[in-house]
Design a protein around this ligand. Structure first.
Ligand SMILES: C[S@@+](CC[C@H](N)C(=O)[O-])C[C@H]1O[C@@H](n2cnc3c(N)ncnc32)[C@H](O)[C@@H]1O
Length: 158
């Protein structure tokens, strides 16, 4: 019984991916890259990263169970090209890229601090810029299979 529970736990974590904000990237390299790109003072950059790390921990467990549902549809239909509208931490896009043979996935999100949306609540445009750079870095490891588009869905469709 216990071994079955351990096996199920192992399978579910391997299916949904890792539970750390920094998975798939080198934390130091990405932090340096963001500092160069944005010129954000170091203390403000660290504050923004801590903010997103806490949010990641809060959201991941509730979002992750849905990732295999989307990925399984893509696999079952043999989809070659897809688009995720609303990328946030990039973990659904990543799940699709890791667990399907999709040839191209467009990941579209403007990373704006929309006041009516619970995901960016408490964020600023500056912290959204930091998050966008983190997620672009995470998805970059998939090369040409992934295209990160920082625009609203309507603008990206044009
Ligand atoms: C709930 S989160 C997405 C979660 C993500 N799909 C997942 O499963 O991990 C919603 C996202 O939609 C994005 N968003 C809001 N309006 C958008 C728009 N017009 N076009 C694209 N993305 C948008 C927000 O910036 C936010 O990152």
């Amino acid at each position: 019984m216990i071994s079955r529970a351990i096996l199920i736990l192992f399978l579910s974590t391997s299916i949904v991916g890792k539970g750390s904000f920094w998975h798939g990237v080198d934390r130091k390299v990405v932090t340096q890259h963001i500092a160069q790109q944005t010129q954000i003072p170091p203390d403000e950059l660290q504050a923004a990263l801590s903010f997103w790390q806490k949010k990641y921990t809060k959201h991941f467990d509730s979002w992750a169970p849905f990732y295999p549902i989307v990925t399984n549809i893509i696999r079952a239909r043999g989809c070659q090209v897809g688009c995720e509208v609303g990328v946030a931490f990039g973990t659904q896009s990543e799940h699709i890229l890791l667990n399907s043979k999709i040839k191209k996935l467009y990941s579209v999100d403007p990373y704006l601090p929309y006041p009516h949306d619970s995901f960016p609540r408490g964020s600023t445009q500056q912290s959204m810029d930091v998050l966008a750079l983190c997620i672009a870095a995470r998805l970059a490891r998939f090369g040409d299979r992934s295209e990160f588009i920082r625009q609203t869905s309507v603008d990206a469709a044009d």
